[in-house]
Design a protein around this ligand. Structure first.
Ligand code: CP
Ligand code: NVA
Length: 305
């Protein structure tokens, strides 16, 4: 593993190994250990978009491991505007041991990795969010003890987070179902690729438009914002289309009684998820947010260690 741009870069065994390491690091941290795994290492964090979880969990993760992170705001680097993406990668590679970047266009993270001498980690692009995906899988593993064979339903927009979860679930042998409005479905080539992974892992992948059917008997129900960062202009139109995909108590009544509800956050309460569900007994939203820290520490140890 040299960079982490997508979960598709990893095999099912790689993902499982990183999850095992995340569990180990989480335990190690709780008993006060692991502070020298990345001593003297530095991580540049390049952001083109806002962030709470990604920014803080990478920063704190580096501190836990004995290293340091530098936050570079959208105004500073101005990736591709003040300076070309390739030159930013070349220069940062001379200063730091790793680069984490949150970008608009996925091509920018691919180009960063192409010209960087140090590992590049995708902290979210319009195409994927692999760090989130690893935290999601870790949370599912903790709540259900396994991933293979579980019915994991994503309800809402066929976005970066949905695509990443689909690939991760398919690689680990889950029964993945996504329900979106027809015009907001994941591209058919992504679904076909996930089906290929599922055929190798013993999982399945279904893409539907009916939320109730998708959630039927689900062990995990996942949702995300209806309008992602960069789609602010579409938010009002999307608010008219997506209400049948709201994760509320009625939708959840068709799921398994032990269902775990997940959301990458930030949540738009009253839109894609109700307060009742977000704060209800099946919600693991804040364990999931915490797991960003542990999952990313595993990625950092793997790539920078
Ligand atoms: N889930 C997530 O990536 O949150 P932030 O946008 O706050 O980093
Ligand atoms: N799909 C959302 C996720 C935010 C963490 C976005 O890209 O804005």
């Amino acid at each position: 593993m040299k960079h982490l741009l997508n979960l598709t870069d990893l095999s099912g065994a790689d993902i499982q190994r990183l999850l095992d390491l995340a569990v180990e690091l989480k335990h190690e941290w709780k008993v006060g250990g692991g502070k020298d795994r990345l001593t003297g290492k530095t991580l540049a964090m390049v952001f083109q978009k806002p962030s709470l979880r990604t920014r803080v969990s990478f920063d704190v993760g580096m501190i836990h491991l004995g290293g340091q992170a530098l936050y570079l705001s959208p105004n500073e680097i101005q990736l591709g505007r003040r300076e070309s993406v390739a030159d930013v990668a070349r220069v940062l590679s001379r200063y730091v041991d790793g680069i984490m970047a949150r970008v608009f266009a996925h091509d920018d993270i691919v180009e960063l990795a192409q010209y960087s001498r140090v590992p590049v980690i995708n902290g979210l692009s319009d195409y994927s969010h692999p760090c989130q995906g690893m935290a999601d899988l870790l949370t599912i593993l903790e709540t259900h003890g396994r991933i293979a064979g579980l019915r994991i339903a994503f309800v809402g927009d066929g976005n970066n987070v949905a695509r990443t979860l689909m690939f991760g679930a398919a690689k680990l042998g889950a029964e993945f179902v996504i329900a979106t409005p027809a015009e907001y479905a994941l591209p058919s080539q992504d679904v076909a690729l996930a089906r290929q992974y599922a055929s190798e892992s013993g999982g399945t992948v279904s893409a539907l438009t009916d939320a109730t059917t998708a959630v039927e008997g689900a062990d995990v129900v996942y949702t995300d914002t209806w309008a992602s960062m960069g789609q602010e202009d579409e938010a009002a139109a999307r608010r008219r289309i997506f209400p049948p995909y709201q994760v509320n108590q009625q939708l959840l009544s068709g799921a398994s009684p032990q269902v775990t509800v997940l959301h990458c956050l930030p949540a738009h309460r009253g839109e894609e998820i109700t307060d009742e569900v977000a704060d209800g007994p099946n919600s693991a939203l804040f364990d999931q947010a915490e797991n960003r820290l542990h999952a990313q520490k595993a990625i950092l140890v793997e790539l920078l260690g």
